[in-house]
Design a protein around this ligand. Structure first.
Ligand SMILES: Cc1cc2nc3c(=O)[nH]c(=O)nc-3n(C[C@H](O)[C@H](O)[C@H](O)COP(=O)(O)OP(=O)(O)OC[C@H]3O[C@@H](n4cnc5c(N)ncnc54)[C@H](O)[C@@H]3O)c2cc1C
Length: 499
Protein backbone atom coordinates (compact mmCIF):
# COMPACT_ATOMS: atom_id res chain seq x y z
CA UNK A 1 0.00 0.00 0.00
CA UNK A 2 1.19 3.54 -0.73
CA UNK A 3 0.62 6.28 1.88
CA UNK A 4 0.10 9.90 0.94
CA UNK A 5 2.76 10.88 3.47
CA UNK A 6 5.24 9.23 5.77
CA UNK A 7 6.39 11.37 8.67
CA UNK A 8 9.66 10.53 10.36
CA UNK A 9 9.53 11.55 14.02
CA UNK A 10 6.74 12.53 16.43
CA UNK A 11 8.37 15.67 17.83
CA UNK A 12 6.38 18.92 17.77
CA UNK A 13 7.04 19.52 14.05
CA UNK A 14 6.25 15.93 13.01
CA UNK A 15 3.02 15.83 15.01
CA UNK A 16 1.83 19.21 13.73
CA UNK A 17 2.49 18.08 10.16
CA UNK A 18 0.85 14.69 10.72
CA UNK A 19 -2.20 16.32 12.27
CA UNK A 20 -2.54 18.80 9.44
CA UNK A 21 -2.30 16.19 6.70
CA UNK A 22 -4.48 13.56 8.36
CA UNK A 23 -7.21 16.10 9.17
CA UNK A 24 -7.23 16.95 5.46
CA UNK A 25 -8.03 13.32 4.78
CA UNK A 26 -4.54 12.25 3.71
CA UNK A 27 -3.39 8.75 4.61
CA UNK A 28 -0.37 9.28 6.85
CA UNK A 29 2.10 6.89 8.48
CA UNK A 30 3.99 8.50 11.37
CA UNK A 31 7.08 6.58 12.51
CA UNK A 32 8.72 7.47 15.84
CA UNK A 33 11.91 6.02 17.21
CA UNK A 34 10.98 6.50 20.88
CA UNK A 35 8.11 4.85 22.76
CA UNK A 36 6.48 8.27 23.42
CA UNK A 37 5.46 11.30 21.35
CA UNK A 38 6.86 14.83 21.82
CA UNK A 39 10.57 14.44 21.03
CA UNK A 40 12.54 16.88 23.19
CA UNK A 41 9.27 18.27 24.52
CA UNK A 42 7.97 15.01 25.98
CA UNK A 43 7.05 14.33 29.61
CA UNK A 44 8.30 11.48 31.84
CA UNK A 45 7.59 10.25 35.36
CA UNK A 46 9.69 8.89 38.21
CA UNK A 47 8.31 7.54 41.49
CA UNK A 48 5.08 9.52 41.24
CA UNK A 49 6.68 12.78 40.06
CA UNK A 50 5.92 14.00 36.54
CA UNK A 51 8.63 16.00 34.74
CA UNK A 52 8.82 17.95 31.51
CA UNK A 53 11.93 16.66 29.78
CA UNK A 54 12.55 20.06 28.17
CA UNK A 55 9.83 22.62 27.83
CA UNK A 56 9.31 25.16 30.59
CA UNK A 57 6.32 26.96 29.08
CA UNK A 58 4.96 27.60 25.59
CA UNK A 59 3.62 30.82 24.15
CA UNK A 60 0.53 31.49 22.00
CA UNK A 61 -1.21 28.21 22.86
CA UNK A 62 -4.19 29.97 24.37
CA UNK A 63 -4.51 32.90 22.01
CA UNK A 64 -6.62 32.79 18.86
CA UNK A 65 -3.59 32.70 16.64
CA UNK A 66 -2.28 30.28 14.06
CA UNK A 67 -1.40 27.41 16.37
CA UNK A 68 -4.45 27.65 18.58
CA UNK A 69 -6.78 27.99 15.59
CA UNK A 70 -5.11 24.96 14.03
CA UNK A 71 -5.57 22.94 17.22
CA UNK A 72 -9.19 24.08 17.62
CA UNK A 73 -10.00 23.19 14.02
CA UNK A 74 -8.40 19.78 14.35
CA UNK A 75 -10.51 19.15 17.44
CA UNK A 76 -7.76 18.44 19.94
CA UNK A 77 -8.19 21.39 22.30
CA UNK A 78 -11.33 19.92 23.81
CA UNK A 79 -9.24 16.95 24.97
CA UNK A 80 -6.79 19.02 27.00
CA UNK A 81 -6.73 21.78 29.59
CA UNK A 82 -4.41 24.73 29.20
CA UNK A 83 -3.22 26.59 32.28
CA UNK A 84 -2.52 30.23 31.53
CA UNK A 85 0.52 31.71 33.24
CA UNK A 86 -0.08 35.21 34.55
CA UNK A 87 3.44 36.47 34.24
CA UNK A 88 6.68 35.29 32.80
CA UNK A 89 9.49 34.89 35.30
CA UNK A 90 11.24 36.27 38.32
CA UNK A 91 14.29 37.86 36.78
CA UNK A 92 17.28 37.91 39.10
CA UNK A 93 20.50 39.89 38.48
CA UNK A 94 23.17 40.92 41.02
CA UNK A 95 21.26 44.10 41.88
CA UNK A 96 17.82 43.67 40.30
CA UNK A 97 15.14 41.18 41.20
CA UNK A 98 11.59 41.53 39.84
CA UNK A 99 8.81 39.70 38.07
CA UNK A 100 8.43 40.24 34.33
CA UNK A 101 4.76 40.49 33.62
CA UNK A 102 3.16 39.31 30.40
CA UNK A 103 1.04 42.40 30.15
CA UNK A 104 2.95 44.98 28.19
CA UNK A 105 1.96 47.99 30.30
CA UNK A 106 2.94 46.28 33.54
CA UNK A 107 6.28 45.25 32.14
CA UNK A 108 7.00 48.75 30.92
CA UNK A 109 6.11 50.26 34.29
CA UNK A 110 8.27 47.78 36.20
CA UNK A 111 11.19 48.60 33.91
CA UNK A 112 10.61 52.33 34.35
CA UNK A 113 10.43 52.10 38.12
CA UNK A 114 13.75 50.21 38.18
CA UNK A 115 15.41 52.45 35.57
CA UNK A 116 13.81 55.93 35.97
CA UNK A 117 16.65 57.60 34.03
CA UNK A 118 15.72 55.46 31.00
CA UNK A 119 11.99 56.22 30.97
CA UNK A 120 12.02 57.90 27.58
CA UNK A 121 14.29 55.28 26.05
CA UNK A 122 12.01 52.51 27.33
CA UNK A 123 9.09 54.19 25.54
CA UNK A 124 11.15 54.54 22.36
CA UNK A 125 12.18 50.89 22.54
CA UNK A 126 8.61 49.66 22.91
CA UNK A 127 7.33 52.01 20.21
CA UNK A 128 9.87 50.52 17.80
CA UNK A 129 8.96 47.07 19.03
CA UNK A 130 5.25 47.68 18.37
CA UNK A 131 6.01 49.11 14.95
CA UNK A 132 8.02 46.02 14.06
CA UNK A 133 5.11 43.82 15.06
CA UNK A 134 2.56 45.77 13.09
CA UNK A 135 4.75 45.41 10.01
CA UNK A 136 5.43 41.74 10.72
CA UNK A 137 1.71 41.01 11.10
CA UNK A 138 0.98 42.73 7.78
CA UNK A 139 3.86 40.86 6.11
CA UNK A 140 2.70 37.56 7.58
CA UNK A 141 -0.94 37.96 6.66
CA UNK A 142 -0.37 39.36 3.18
CA UNK A 143 -1.48 36.88 0.51
CA UNK A 144 1.10 38.10 -1.98
CA UNK A 145 3.76 35.56 -3.07
CA UNK A 146 6.90 35.68 -0.88
CA UNK A 147 9.04 37.00 -3.76
CA UNK A 148 6.72 40.00 -4.25
CA UNK A 149 6.52 40.63 -0.50
CA UNK A 150 10.30 40.70 -0.31
CA UNK A 151 10.50 42.97 -3.32
CA UNK A 152 8.18 45.56 -1.79
CA UNK A 153 9.59 45.16 1.73
CA UNK A 154 11.98 48.15 1.68
CA UNK A 155 8.91 50.39 1.27
CA UNK A 156 6.09 48.37 2.81
CA UNK A 157 7.88 46.64 5.68
CA UNK A 158 11.20 48.46 6.24
CA UNK A 159 11.59 47.11 9.78
CA UNK A 160 11.47 43.53 8.53
CA UNK A 161 14.44 44.34 6.32
CA UNK A 162 16.39 46.25 8.98
CA UNK A 163 15.87 43.60 11.67
CA UNK A 164 16.79 40.83 9.23
CA UNK A 165 20.24 42.26 8.80
CA UNK A 166 21.00 43.24 12.37
CA UNK A 167 21.59 41.53 15.68
CA UNK A 168 19.38 41.82 18.74
CA UNK A 169 22.11 43.88 20.43
CA UNK A 170 22.22 46.33 17.51
CA UNK A 171 18.45 46.75 17.70
CA UNK A 172 18.42 47.33 21.46
CA UNK A 173 21.46 49.64 21.34
CA UNK A 174 19.49 52.06 19.16
CA UNK A 175 17.07 52.79 21.98
CA UNK A 176 18.51 51.83 25.36
CA UNK A 177 21.64 53.28 26.93
CA UNK A 178 21.95 51.62 30.34
CA UNK A 179 23.95 48.37 30.08
CA UNK A 180 22.01 46.73 32.92
CA UNK A 181 18.66 47.57 31.37
CA UNK A 182 19.91 46.19 28.04
CA UNK A 183 20.71 42.92 29.80
CA UNK A 184 17.26 42.72 31.39
CA UNK A 185 15.41 43.59 28.19
CA UNK A 186 17.29 40.81 26.38
CA UNK A 187 17.03 38.27 29.23
CA UNK A 188 14.96 36.08 26.92
CA UNK A 189 18.11 35.34 24.85
CA UNK A 190 18.46 31.98 26.60
CA UNK A 191 15.22 30.80 24.97
CA UNK A 192 16.97 31.27 21.63
CA UNK A 193 20.40 29.92 22.60
CA UNK A 194 22.53 32.83 21.36
CA UNK A 195 23.63 36.01 23.15
CA UNK A 196 22.17 39.29 21.78
CA UNK A 197 25.47 40.22 20.12
CA UNK A 198 25.06 37.24 17.74
CA UNK A 199 21.32 36.65 17.79
CA UNK A 200 19.27 37.69 14.76
CA UNK A 201 17.17 40.75 15.73
CA UNK A 202 14.12 39.43 13.91
CA UNK A 203 14.17 36.15 15.84
CA UNK A 204 14.79 37.96 19.11
CA UNK A 205 11.82 40.27 18.52
CA UNK A 206 9.51 37.41 17.59
CA UNK A 207 10.44 35.31 20.62
CA UNK A 208 10.31 38.36 22.88
CA UNK A 209 6.84 39.24 21.64
CA UNK A 210 5.60 35.68 21.96
CA UNK A 211 6.68 35.27 25.57
CA UNK A 212 5.91 38.72 26.86
CA UNK A 213 2.72 39.68 25.09
CA UNK A 214 0.88 36.45 24.50
CA UNK A 215 -0.64 34.21 27.09
CA UNK A 216 2.04 31.71 27.85
CA UNK A 217 0.62 28.42 28.94
CA UNK A 218 1.23 25.04 30.43
CA UNK A 219 -0.78 21.90 29.69
CA UNK A 220 -2.49 20.23 32.64
CA UNK A 221 -0.85 16.86 33.24
CA UNK A 222 2.19 17.80 31.16
CA UNK A 223 2.81 18.67 27.52
CA UNK A 224 2.59 14.99 26.67
CA UNK A 225 -1.19 15.27 27.05
CA UNK A 226 -1.20 17.62 24.08
CA UNK A 227 0.99 15.26 22.04
CA UNK A 228 -1.09 12.21 22.99
CA UNK A 229 -4.24 14.06 21.92
CA UNK A 230 -2.55 14.85 18.59
CA UNK A 231 -1.60 11.18 18.13
CA UNK A 232 -5.16 10.07 18.91
CA UNK A 233 -6.63 12.57 16.45
CA UNK A 234 -4.21 11.44 13.73
CA UNK A 235 -5.31 7.83 14.30
CA UNK A 236 -9.02 8.74 14.40
CA UNK A 237 -8.60 10.33 10.98
CA UNK A 238 -7.63 6.94 9.57
CA UNK A 239 -3.85 7.39 9.67
CA UNK A 240 -1.28 5.25 11.50
CA UNK A 241 1.28 6.01 14.20
CA UNK A 242 4.00 3.51 15.13
CA UNK A 243 6.37 4.02 18.07
CA UNK A 244 9.69 2.24 18.67
CA UNK A 245 10.28 2.40 14.92
CA UNK A 246 13.33 4.12 13.54
CA UNK A 247 13.71 5.10 9.90
CA UNK A 248 17.16 4.22 8.62
CA UNK A 249 16.82 4.96 4.92
CA UNK A 250 14.88 7.21 2.56
CA UNK A 251 14.67 5.64 -0.90
CA UNK A 252 14.14 7.73 -4.04
CA UNK A 253 13.09 7.01 -7.60
CA UNK A 254 16.13 7.80 -9.81
CA UNK A 255 17.46 10.09 -7.09
CA UNK A 256 14.81 12.67 -7.98
CA UNK A 257 11.62 12.00 -6.06
CA UNK A 258 10.80 10.09 -2.90
CA UNK A 259 9.62 6.51 -3.06
CA UNK A 260 9.77 4.86 0.38
CA UNK A 261 11.44 4.55 3.77
CA UNK A 262 13.14 1.54 5.35
CA UNK A 263 12.95 1.02 9.11
CA UNK A 264 15.38 -0.53 11.57
CA UNK A 265 13.17 -3.63 11.46
CA UNK A 266 13.79 -3.96 7.73
CA UNK A 267 10.24 -3.00 6.73
CA UNK A 268 9.75 -0.78 3.68
CA UNK A 269 6.83 1.66 3.43
CA UNK A 270 6.02 3.64 0.29
CA UNK A 271 4.59 7.15 0.11
CA UNK A 272 4.22 10.00 -2.35
CA UNK A 273 5.66 12.45 0.17
CA UNK A 274 8.02 12.09 3.13
CA UNK A 275 8.32 14.70 5.85
CA UNK A 276 11.28 14.34 8.19
CA UNK A 277 11.11 15.74 11.71
CA UNK A 278 14.40 13.98 12.47
CA UNK A 279 17.32 16.39 12.48
CA UNK A 280 18.09 17.85 9.06
CA UNK A 281 21.72 16.68 9.09
CA UNK A 282 20.92 12.98 9.51
CA UNK A 283 17.97 13.22 7.12
CA UNK A 284 19.84 14.85 4.28
CA UNK A 285 23.36 13.46 4.70
CA UNK A 286 22.74 9.96 6.11
CA UNK A 287 19.24 8.64 5.45
CA UNK A 288 18.91 9.66 1.78
CA UNK A 289 20.01 7.12 -0.82
CA UNK A 290 21.35 9.65 -3.36
CA UNK A 291 25.09 10.18 -2.95
CA UNK A 292 25.34 13.36 -5.02
CA UNK A 293 22.54 15.10 -3.07
CA UNK A 294 23.97 13.83 0.23
CA UNK A 295 27.37 15.28 -0.62
CA UNK A 296 25.93 18.62 -1.67
CA UNK A 297 23.91 18.88 1.54
CA UNK A 298 26.88 17.58 3.51
CA UNK A 299 28.98 20.54 2.37
CA UNK A 300 26.22 23.07 2.95
CA UNK A 301 25.12 21.82 6.35
CA UNK A 302 28.68 21.36 7.62
CA UNK A 303 29.19 25.09 7.13
CA UNK A 304 26.23 25.95 9.37
CA UNK A 305 26.58 26.59 13.09
CA UNK A 306 24.57 24.37 15.44
CA UNK A 307 22.75 25.78 18.45
CA UNK A 308 23.80 25.28 22.05
CA UNK A 309 22.97 22.25 24.15
CA UNK A 310 21.70 22.11 27.74
CA UNK A 311 22.20 20.55 31.16
CA UNK A 312 19.08 19.94 33.22
CA UNK A 313 18.37 18.47 36.67
CA UNK A 314 14.91 17.06 37.47
CA UNK A 315 14.14 17.03 41.18
CA UNK A 316 11.26 15.40 43.04
CA UNK A 317 10.98 17.11 46.44
CA UNK A 318 9.39 15.98 49.69
CA UNK A 319 7.83 19.47 50.03
CA UNK A 320 6.44 21.93 47.46
CA UNK A 321 9.30 24.11 46.18
CA UNK A 322 7.14 27.13 47.08
CA UNK A 323 7.62 26.37 50.78
CA UNK A 324 11.38 26.72 50.24
CA UNK A 325 11.08 30.16 48.61
CA UNK A 326 10.11 29.39 45.01
CA UNK A 327 7.66 32.29 44.89
CA UNK A 328 7.24 32.14 41.10
CA UNK A 329 7.12 29.19 38.70
CA UNK A 330 10.25 30.37 36.83
CA UNK A 331 13.41 32.01 38.17
CA UNK A 332 15.82 33.36 35.55
CA UNK A 333 19.16 33.96 37.30
CA UNK A 334 22.17 35.71 35.75
CA UNK A 335 25.52 36.53 37.28
CA UNK A 336 26.65 39.07 34.71
CA UNK A 337 24.94 41.88 32.80
CA UNK A 338 26.99 41.08 29.73
CA UNK A 339 25.25 38.17 28.00
CA UNK A 340 28.38 37.36 25.99
CA UNK A 341 29.97 36.66 29.34
CA UNK A 342 26.97 34.57 30.46
CA UNK A 343 27.05 32.64 27.17
CA UNK A 344 30.78 32.05 27.48
CA UNK A 345 30.37 30.72 31.03
CA UNK A 346 28.02 28.10 29.61
CA UNK A 347 30.18 27.33 26.59
CA UNK A 348 33.36 26.95 28.65
CA UNK A 349 31.68 24.87 31.36
CA UNK A 350 32.04 27.48 34.08
CA UNK A 351 29.29 25.98 36.21
CA UNK A 352 29.94 28.35 39.12
CA UNK A 353 29.00 31.38 37.06
CA UNK A 354 26.73 30.33 34.19
CA UNK A 355 23.11 31.54 34.16
CA UNK A 356 20.53 29.24 35.71
CA UNK A 357 16.84 28.76 35.24
CA UNK A 358 14.71 27.21 37.99
CA UNK A 359 11.29 25.91 37.02
CA UNK A 360 8.58 24.64 39.34
CA UNK A 361 5.91 22.98 37.20
CA UNK A 362 4.09 21.54 40.22
CA UNK A 363 3.39 25.11 41.29
CA UNK A 364 1.42 25.48 38.04
CA UNK A 365 -0.16 22.02 38.19
CA UNK A 366 0.06 20.43 41.69
CA UNK A 367 -1.00 17.04 40.27
CA UNK A 368 2.53 16.68 38.85
CA UNK A 369 3.85 15.78 42.31
CA UNK A 370 2.39 13.40 44.91
CA UNK A 371 0.19 15.13 47.54
CA UNK A 372 2.21 17.58 49.66
CA UNK A 373 5.37 17.20 47.50
CA UNK A 374 6.96 19.28 44.77
CA UNK A 375 9.11 19.35 41.64
CA UNK A 376 11.96 21.54 40.46
CA UNK A 377 13.99 21.74 37.25
CA UNK A 378 17.39 23.43 37.25
CA UNK A 379 18.68 24.21 33.79
CA UNK A 380 21.60 25.89 32.11
CA UNK A 381 22.69 26.17 28.49
CA UNK A 382 25.73 23.97 27.90
CA UNK A 383 28.21 22.86 25.28
CA UNK A 384 28.50 19.30 23.96
CA UNK A 385 32.30 19.72 23.89
CA UNK A 386 32.28 20.01 27.71
CA UNK A 387 31.10 16.38 27.89
CA UNK A 388 32.08 14.71 24.61
CA UNK A 389 35.43 13.13 25.43
CA UNK A 390 34.79 11.91 28.98
CA UNK A 391 35.04 8.21 29.83
CA UNK A 392 31.89 6.69 31.35
CA UNK A 393 33.42 6.99 34.81
CA UNK A 394 34.47 10.62 34.31
CA UNK A 395 31.07 11.38 32.80
CA UNK A 396 29.14 10.01 35.79
CA UNK A 397 31.43 11.87 38.22
CA UNK A 398 31.09 15.16 36.36
CA UNK A 399 27.31 14.84 36.15
CA UNK A 400 27.13 14.52 39.91
CA UNK A 401 29.66 17.28 40.52
CA UNK A 402 27.77 19.78 38.31
CA UNK A 403 24.40 18.76 39.78
CA UNK A 404 25.74 19.28 43.33
CA UNK A 405 27.07 22.68 42.33
CA UNK A 406 23.72 23.78 40.86
CA UNK A 407 21.73 22.53 43.85
CA UNK A 408 24.09 24.46 46.13
CA UNK A 409 23.75 27.59 43.98
CA UNK A 410 19.95 27.21 44.03
CA UNK A 411 20.02 27.07 47.83
CA UNK A 412 20.78 30.77 47.82
CA UNK A 413 17.13 31.22 46.77
CA UNK A 414 15.66 27.99 48.16
CA UNK A 415 17.47 27.43 51.48
CA UNK A 416 17.84 23.78 52.49
CA UNK A 417 16.82 22.48 49.04
CA UNK A 418 19.27 19.54 49.18
CA UNK A 419 17.58 18.15 52.31
CA UNK A 420 14.26 17.69 50.50
CA UNK A 421 15.37 15.80 47.41
CA UNK A 422 13.62 12.43 46.95
CA UNK A 423 14.22 11.88 43.25
CA UNK A 424 16.94 13.22 40.98
CA UNK A 425 17.51 12.69 37.25
CA UNK A 426 20.15 14.51 35.25
CA UNK A 427 20.28 15.23 31.51
CA UNK A 428 23.51 16.46 29.92
CA UNK A 429 24.34 17.48 26.34
CA UNK A 430 25.13 13.80 25.79
CA UNK A 431 21.56 12.94 26.81
CA UNK A 432 20.26 15.59 24.39
CA UNK A 433 22.33 14.01 21.61
CA UNK A 434 21.26 10.45 22.45
CA UNK A 435 17.61 10.85 23.45
CA UNK A 436 16.89 13.85 21.26
CA UNK A 437 18.95 12.28 18.45
CA UNK A 438 20.34 15.74 17.86
CA UNK A 439 23.89 16.28 16.54
CA UNK A 440 26.08 17.60 19.36
CA UNK A 441 22.97 17.75 21.55
CA UNK A 442 21.80 20.97 19.80
CA UNK A 443 18.47 21.89 21.38
CA UNK A 444 17.35 24.58 18.91
CA UNK A 445 18.56 23.14 15.58
CA UNK A 446 20.90 25.51 13.76
CA UNK A 447 22.02 28.57 15.73
CA UNK A 448 19.72 31.55 15.28
CA UNK A 449 22.33 33.88 13.72
CA UNK A 450 21.48 36.50 11.08
CA UNK A 451 22.70 34.19 8.33
CA UNK A 452 20.63 31.28 9.65
CA UNK A 453 17.34 33.03 10.51
CA UNK A 454 14.33 34.37 8.64
CA UNK A 455 14.46 33.60 4.93
CA UNK A 456 18.10 32.50 5.36
CA UNK A 457 17.10 29.52 7.48
CA UNK A 458 16.97 26.02 6.01
CA UNK A 459 13.66 25.71 4.17
CA UNK A 460 11.06 22.94 4.51
CA UNK A 461 11.46 22.09 0.84
CA UNK A 462 14.49 20.01 -0.22
CA UNK A 463 16.24 19.20 -3.48
CA UNK A 464 14.43 15.87 -3.62
CA UNK A 465 10.85 16.11 -4.87
CA UNK A 466 8.31 15.09 -2.25
CA UNK A 467 10.83 15.30 0.63
CA UNK A 468 10.14 18.00 3.21
CA UNK A 469 11.58 18.90 6.60
CA UNK A 470 9.78 19.94 9.79
CA UNK A 471 11.13 21.06 13.16
CA UNK A 472 13.73 23.22 14.84
CA UNK A 473 16.38 22.88 12.11
CA UNK A 474 14.15 24.60 9.60
CA UNK A 475 12.28 27.86 9.24
CA UNK A 476 11.33 29.65 11.49
CA UNK A 477 13.54 27.96 14.14
CA UNK A 478 13.82 26.35 17.57
CA UNK A 479 11.25 26.35 20.39
CA UNK A 480 7.89 24.61 20.51
CA UNK A 481 5.93 27.48 18.92
CA UNK A 482 8.30 27.74 15.96
CA UNK A 483 8.33 23.94 15.52
CA UNK A 484 4.52 23.88 15.41
CA UNK A 485 4.65 26.48 12.63
CA UNK A 486 7.38 24.57 10.83
CA UNK A 487 5.27 21.39 10.92
CA UNK A 488 2.20 23.22 9.62
CA UNK A 489 4.29 24.78 6.82
CA UNK A 490 5.73 21.38 5.86
CA UNK A 491 2.19 19.96 5.86
CA UNK A 492 0.99 22.74 3.53
CA UNK A 493 3.86 22.07 1.11
CA UNK A 494 3.29 18.30 1.18
CA UNK A 495 -0.42 18.83 0.63
CA UNK A 496 0.25 21.10 -2.35
CA UNK A 497 2.70 18.56 -3.78
CA UNK A 498 0.12 15.78 -3.44
CA UNK A 499 -2.34 17.80 -5.54
C1 LIG B 1 16.26 21.57 28.11
C2 LIG B 1 15.38 22.21 27.09
C3 LIG B 1 14.51 23.23 27.44
C4 LIG B 1 13.65 23.80 26.49
N1 LIG B 1 12.75 24.75 26.89
C5 LIG B 1 11.82 25.20 26.00
C6 LIG B 1 10.76 26.04 26.44
O1 LIG B 1 10.62 26.36 27.62
N2 LIG B 1 9.88 26.48 25.51
C7 LIG B 1 9.95 26.11 24.19
O2 LIG B 1 9.10 26.50 23.38
N3 LIG B 1 10.95 25.30 23.75
C8 LIG B 1 11.87 24.82 24.63
N4 LIG B 1 12.86 23.97 24.21
C9 LIG B 1 12.99 23.69 22.77
C10 LIG B 1 11.94 22.71 22.25
O3 LIG B 1 11.79 21.63 23.13
C11 LIG B 1 12.39 22.18 20.88
O4 LIG B 1 12.78 23.25 20.03
C12 LIG B 1 11.27 21.43 20.18
O5 LIG B 1 10.62 20.54 21.05
C13 LIG B 1 11.90 20.65 19.01
O6 LIG B 1 10.87 20.05 18.26
P1 LIG B 1 11.15 19.39 16.85
O7 LIG B 1 9.88 19.44 16.07
O8 LIG B 1 12.36 19.97 16.22
O9 LIG B 1 11.38 17.85 17.16
P2 LIG B 1 12.36 17.05 18.13
O10 LIG B 1 12.01 17.35 19.53
O11 LIG B 1 13.77 17.19 17.70
O12 LIG B 1 11.84 15.58 17.82
C14 LIG B 1 12.25 14.84 16.70
C15 LIG B 1 11.63 13.47 16.84
O13 LIG B 1 12.08 12.65 15.76
C16 LIG B 1 12.41 11.37 16.27
N5 LIG B 1 13.38 10.77 15.36
C17 LIG B 1 14.65 11.19 15.11
N6 LIG B 1 15.25 10.40 14.21
C18 LIG B 1 14.32 9.46 13.88
C19 LIG B 1 14.33 8.35 12.98
N7 LIG B 1 15.42 8.06 12.25
N8 LIG B 1 13.22 7.58 12.89
C20 LIG B 1 12.10 7.86 13.62
N9 LIG B 1 12.05 8.89 14.49
C21 LIG B 1 13.14 9.68 14.61
C22 LIG B 1 12.99 11.64 17.64
O14 LIG B 1 12.95 10.48 18.46
C23 LIG B 1 12.05 12.74 18.13
O15 LIG B 1 10.92 12.23 18.77
C24 LIG B 1 13.71 23.37 25.14
C25 LIG B 1 14.59 22.34 24.77
C26 LIG B 1 15.40 21.75 25.73
C27 LIG B 1 16.24 20.57 25.33
Amino acid sequence: MEYDAIIIGAGVGGLACGLKLSCEGKKVLLLEKQPLPGGFATTFSRKGFIFESAVHCVDTLTKTEEIRTFMDESGITKEITFINLDDFARIIYPDYDFVADFKQDNFISVLKSNFPQERKNIDRFFRAFDKFHRQFERFNHSRLPLGIKLLISPLAYPMIISTSISTAAQFVDKYIKDAKLKAIVTDIWRFTGLPPSRLSAIYFLLVFECYYYNSTAYVKGGFIKLFQAMVERIKESGSEVRFNTSVVKIITRDGKRVKSVVTDKGEEFSARTIVSNANAIDTLTKMLDVDAVKEEYGRKLASLEKSVSAFQIYLGLSVPAKTLGMNHSIFSISNAYDHDENYNYSMSGDYDRCSLELVDHAQIDPALAPQGKGTLLIMTLDNYANWRDLSEEQYQAKKKEVADKFIKRSEKYLPGLSKYIEVMEIATPRTMARFGTSPEGAIYGFAQTIGQSGINRLAQETKVKGLFLAGAWTMPGGGAHACFLSGIMAGELASKYLK
